[in-house]
Design a protein around this ligand. Sequence first.
Ligand code: NAP
Length: 285
Amino acid sequence: MILDGKATAAAIRASLRGDIEKDKARAGRAPCLAVILVGEDPASQVYVRNKENACADAGIDTVSYRKPASIPQAELEAFIAGLNADQDIDGILLQLPLPKGLDAQPCIDAISPEKDVDGLTAVNQGRVAMSVPGLRPCTPAGILALLDHYGISVSGKKAVVLGRSILVGRPIALMLGARGYDATVTMCHSRTPDLAAVCREADIVIAAIGKPRFVTADMIKHGAVVIDVGINRDENGKLCGDVDYENVAPLASAITPVPGGIGPMTISQLLVNTTQAWKEKLLTK
Ligand code: NAP
């Protein structure tokens, strides 16, 4: 089974559109996401445009701010503080990576946790670790939404996560192991010995390491679920994931493609989070 993130994300956007339409009059306005892009990185410009288009499709307003790469750290943090105080903004997206010379985590932590729709502040990461409600990081939440959509339960399964970043590996490992999901999780990294043997034990493999086609068929148990988070270019410049899709797919019971797997799910989760922040601010108080 191919887990189609593109189609699933489109279905999520359609459902959000309905939700937003229904509650807009009561809230007084549509949800609104502030998007901050610092510098001129071409890949970041594409990502930001895709996110803005997805927002428009779901009925979420966006306000875009472009800042020069030369912006001082304090000025960027003060700008974010201003958006925190703006009652017409529900979510703040700071596109990463930031240009050299800017320290990302203090800028992320300058975002109010209630507007942190990327779920990357220390507060929201802490909420993941404690398994209490909060805005969840988009890629891990997108992975769980895709598994839910296809009715794949992780309860009682052995999950192996490759990668331990705060963006993907660490939070997805915590979320899979939380009460309600109840997987038994092993989180691996670049110093894990005999990774292939660890992976072969897994019912679910989640690859988030950023190495083209690193996960090969000999690392996968027959019937495993394989989630490929990686977005890489191979030696010919072709887009590919962390998994050797061609050779792993015949073994897997379910697998995500790249592109069209976790990428679109990550964006749809940003919209889910922005809508959640809007509802919490305007509808539940
Ligand atoms: P990252 O911050 O660079 O972290 C990579 C992780 O992989 C690290 O924990 C690293 O271990 C581990 N690793 C590297 N080489 C390894 C190896 N040979 N064996 C085992 N572990 C290894 O990357 P990231 O931000 O998590 O992103 C990972 C990938 O996902 C990238 O391709 C990125 O583009 C992609 N991504 C996709 C989406 C999406 O929407 N689809 C979203 C976010 C990221 P150490 O900690 O030991 O260094």
